[in-house]
Design a protein. Structure first.
Lengths: 162, 157
């Protein structure tokens, strides 16, 4: 079935194809910079502002999970892994934002009581996913990759909450 | 420094087209792989594999057209691909689908990383989002946990 097989299993080990850009992507993963990444990843003030705004968007998602958990403890247990992923996303976004401390937190507000809590949380997650996806288009390089990835991750969460 | 010095990380149309070519190769692999997935699934579950394959065919056609418009020869499908593990059951099939979708996600994240055109990033983030949506369903079918990913397509830290 696999003959003739290419020298490497194209498509089945795509992560290895990221090796060429590992420096820039790793830069985002760790929050550290390298000289080449710095050079390529110079961010305009407008892009920096937009990235800071996306930090606030992600803070709202994290707040939404907290609020939903308070309103519906059973839901909190069910989506604990999703909440943890939202926290991870916020950490990486903050590391990537040139001045994330300047972003203002955008609280999600109070969640409705069950059984409306899930739909409310889903709406919060979907809104954030759309916001990150839109912002991703106006960024470049590793910042675009990070925002796009987070947007997709939150869209996946939206699907699971459905 | 020359503009085309990719070692220094400069982005240009060449880097973008190279990433799109890699994404196209990943789409070809996914289309091939879904043939294996479908063959190993129960008949009642094959609709999901067919829908996934159709989605990848649509993206493939979009990328082929885009590259051709730019005068870049689109990469073709391989004659065959090496499976990452034996696919002997519906669970194996779902796990293979996860591998396929994760591979495609990685390729499209690279497109985001390497693109200079806004329209290309729009395409990439749309494909990436749809790909992760399918991956969540396949992880569920494969019994994997967690079913979601915080950073689809990005290397693990």
């Amino acid at each position: 079935m696999t003959s003739p097989s290419p020298s490497s299993p194209r498509g089945f080990s795509r992560r290895t194809l990221l090796a060429a850009s590992a420096a820039s992507l790793a830069f985002l993963a760790t929050g550290c910079t390298s000289s080449s990444a710095d050079e390529r990843e110079q961010v305009t003030s407008e892009q920096a502002d937009e990235l800071g705004a996306q930090v606030a968007v992600q803070e709202a998602v994290v707040s939404a999970f907290v609020a939903a958990g308070a309103a519906d403890p059973a839901l909190a247990a069910e989506v604990a892994d999703l909440a943890a992923q939202a926290d991870e996303q916020l950490t990486r976004l903050r590391a990537a934002a040139p001045d994330s401390s300047s972003s203002s937190s955008a609280p999600a507000g109070s969640a409705p009581a069950a059984p409306e809590t899930r739909a409310w949380l889903r709406g919060q997650v979907a809104t954030a996913a759309a916001s990150h996806a839109t912002a991703c288009v106006d960024q470049s390089g590793a910042r675009a990759a990070l925002l796009g990835s987070i947007a997709a991750g939150l869209a996946g969460q939206d699907g699971r909450l459905a | 420094m020359a503009d085309d010095d990719t070692d220094a990380g400069t982005l240009d149309e060449r880097t973008e087209n190279a990433a799109l070519s890699e994404a196209l190769a990943a789409e070809h692999a996914a289309i091939w792989g879904y043939g294996v997935v479908g063959a190993a699934l129960d008949p009642t579950a094959q609709a999901a594999a067919v829908a996934s394959e159709v989605a990848h065919r649509d993206v493939r056609d979009q990328v082929v057209t885009l590259l051709a418009e730019r005068g870049t020869e689109p990469v073709g499908a391989e004659g065959g691909y090496t499976l990452p593990f034996p696919v002997l059951s519906p669970i194996d099939a779902a796990a293979l689908a996860v591998t396929l979708e994760d591979g495609v996600s990685a390729a499209w994240v690279r497109v985001l990383d390497q693109s200079v055109e806004r329209s290309t990033r729009e395409l990439a983030v749309g494909v990436l989002t749809a790909t992760e949506g399918r991956a969540v369903s396949w992880r569920t079918a494969a019994g994997q946990s967690p079913t979601t990913s915080a950073f689809p397509g990005l290397p693990a830290t």
